[in-house]
Design a protein around this ligand. Sequence first.
Ligand code: MRU
Length: 358
Amino acid sequence: MRTVFWEDSKVKMIDQRLLPGEFVIAEFETVAGVARSITEMYVRGAPAIGATGAFGMALAAQNSAATDRDGLLADLAAAKATLDAARPTAVNLSWASRRLLELAEFTVLPNVDDIRSALLAEAQALADEDVAINRRMGFNGAAVIPDGSNLLHHCNTGALAAVDFGTALGVVFACQEQGKQIHVWVDETRPRLQGARLTAWELMRAEIPMHLIADNAAGHLMRTGQVDVVIFGADRVAANGDAANKIGSYKLAVVAKENGIPVYCVAPTSTVDLNLAHGDLIPIEERGAEEVTGIGERLIAPEGVPVYNPAFDVTPHRYLTGIVTEEGICYPPFTQSLATAVGRARERVVENRKARGK
Ligand code: MRU
């Protein structure tokens, strides 16, 4: 089962807000609806958001009343603006919507219906590539996870955070496929509890040994020798390797370094933003107070309390042992190794397109 997919001319997705209690497929027929699904986190996780954005662009083409290429391009540009604004930190969203828009801009197809079909095929290809990329990345990362390791993991980076298989949890699934005995400490990940709700659900279904921990337990586990490797994903990686990920990741990386524990960030090249020189340039999303003042429907703080709720933080690259991508593991100096990985990935997209006869 894929996290997000196209069916019956609609964008469909697992409603992650309801897991693990209920498994519901939500469906959207308008670009505004798809943007809302991202903002309200029916779908979340950087690669999953990217694929959703791509299907959103295909939906825009389908719904456009344009009868000529210029009209269609104008509708697609408007859709891209709407989709990109849905969440600011994960660069996969604008990466995917740009890929679809550029296809429409540079195509030699003269007929708008053919362009519509080409956009849908490209969104499907992007989603299929995401799964293949995650598998390659997972096995690249598994190479540095010794048998018998205790991993510490933050947020949710599994199949739910991508189209399938996942990023950092993809490494865990790859270790399992290789027959390695591993155990995962699962950070609950306040305020939205992606670790407790989603990662625990995925690991239990896969029968991978794990324990759910309160976020505040991580430092104690690291200082007392119970963690061998810290592993998390990213929503945007700057050119120098600074990585924005779910709030709390930075704190884990600093404590890991203090205790001599390797830290791997696992992210596809679509998450790397070579346009940003360093992590302080990454936009950090702020979300609503209700995520902090409540758990589910239950209020846990005095009504009206002032709240600050940044959803991501930036881990400076000096705390990262390596950045695992689908093109291999990037090591310092990241400015060079990331640029090389992104270059290789771009060549692969062109080769794949040629192979599909596009
Ligand atoms: O706010 P979320 O749940 O979208 O945040 C997700 C994360 O921070 C993930 O760790 C990240 O997207 C990288 S792995 C898919």
